[in-house]
Design a protein around this ligand. Structure first.
Ligand code: PLP
Length: 396
């Protein structure tokens, strides 16, 4: 008896190994205790929002604004959109205003709003492996087709591969820098090259190809700055959230910014607002919209992330694991010492280490570690990593 859609049933059964990993983690925690299980699977940061967030939350609770819990314009409060636009205008040098901003239910909500607004059935969306796996589902939600393209050995976009993948069905390319899972940050030159390619192809094919820049990690960077995508790519649509930079993942607050250089940008904005409404989001959470107005230049403690990155990265490299040193986000993406990354994850589990195989990000042969966890867990895991490396005879 089929009780759910066969498509969803297929997705669930294909993802069953992920569930098995979580169940195994739970089983290990029960046997060994939570402090002896080193879980690097979840991108759910343990840090708390900045103090200023709590102060403003308290202030609003004590000084309620009449009507503050009611519906509003589907695009969001004008003062919130203005505050967001001001920072983006400053960073990009473009004249971006509230009229280019739609407040959304996180970046995930924002991506769905964009895709619903631009895709016709069977339109193609290029994604660059390794990528955030939800992209596949988001594209499918709106009857699009995901086209996966490999990046180079440093996880940078391969322009020739992108050029070869573009055809009359191509509607968008999703980029994600700082990247989940690799942690790489695209320099300005890469964005410029992509801009050139997309402009040329849009002209040739007679309709715009959009670059959707998914950047919830843009403030979590080490030693580099994230160049403004809006500045460097004319057809860019920025999607982001405060899930990571303000540690507000559960509050579901984000936004979309449309590049004013996009042809008929006002029509695209109308479509985004319509999609935000009709996907059932209606509007981004009201209280959060009020709170983030004064927090656009705030972030969690990036130095704490840097310490965690260095601790884990240095130890793993010392043991012989190979990886690109991440410049942002809070993930490491080393090469799997075994050809089969799922088998490697199984072996790591025997040392009470939980990792996500690269297969889950469209990049077999690697594995992802999320280090947005308690430093103590990272420290306590180091001997287990050493034992795992010895078992694998790394460096020999
Ligand atoms: N995009 C990437 C690359 C992510 O890693 C995540 C969350 O982990 C999201 C989007 C979704 O973020 P949000 O919580 O804002 O929906």
């Amino acid at each position: 008896m089929t009780v759910i859609s066969s498509k969803i049933e297929g997705y669930l059964s294909r993802a069953s190994w992920i569930r098995k990993m979580f169940e195994e983690g739970d089983r290990l925690r029960k046997i060994h205790g939570a402090d002896k299980v080193y879980d690097f699977t979840l991108g759910n940061p343990i840090d708390e929002p900045p103090t200023k967030f709590r102060q403003q939350l308290k202030y609003l609770a004590d000084n309620p604004v009449p009507g503050m819990h009611r519906y509003m314009s589907n695009a969001g409060y004008p003062e919130t959109r203005r505050a967001v636009a001001e920072v983006l205008a400053e960073d990009s040098g473009l004249s971006i205003g509230a009229e280019h901003i739609v407040m959304t239910v996180g970046a995930g909500g924002g991506l769905n709003v964009v895709l619903k607004s631009i895709l016709d059935s069977n339109d193609e969306v290029i994604v660059l492996a390794p990528f955030f796996v939800e992209y596949r589902f988001y594209v499918d939600n709106h009857n699009g087709v995901t086209k996966e393209i490999s990046t180079d050995e440093n996880f940078m976009p391969d322009m020739e591969a992108i050029r070869a993948a573009i055809n009359e069905k191509t509607r968008a390319i999703i980029i994600n820098s700082p990247n989940n899972p690799s942690g790489v940050v695209y320099p300005a030159e890469t964005l410029e090259e992509l801009n050139k390619l997309v402009n040329e192809k849009s002209k040739e094919l007679g309709r715009p190809i959009y670059v959707i820049s998914d950047e919830p990690y843009s403030k979590i960077v080490y030693d580099v700055e994230v160049p403004s995508v809006l500045k460097h790519i004319k057809n860019s649509i920025l999607v982001t959230s405060h899930s990571k930079d303000l540690a507000l993942a559960g509050e579901r607050i984000g936004y979309i910014a449309v590049n004013p250089g996009i042809e008929k940008a006002d029509l695209l904005m109308e479509a985004l607002v319509f999609s935000n409404r009709t996907l059932g989001f209606v509007n981004a959470p009201a209280l959060m919209q009020r709170l983030i107005v004064g927090l656009q230049r705030e972030s969690v403690d990036i130095e704490e992330y840097r310490r965690k990155r260095d601790l884990l990265y240095n130890h793993l490299v010392e043991l012989g694991f190979e990886m690109v040193k991440p410049q942002g986000a809070f993930y490491l993406f080393p090469k799997s010492p075994l050809a089969d990354d799922v088998e490697f994850a199984g072996l790591a589990l025997k040392h009470n280490i939980l990792v996500v195989p690269g297969t889950g990000f469209g990049k077999p042969g690697y594995f992802r570690l999320a280090y947005c966890i308690d430093s103590k867990v990272i420290e306590n895991s180091l001997p287990a990593w050493t034992a795992l490396a010895e078992e694998l005879a790394l460096k020999k």
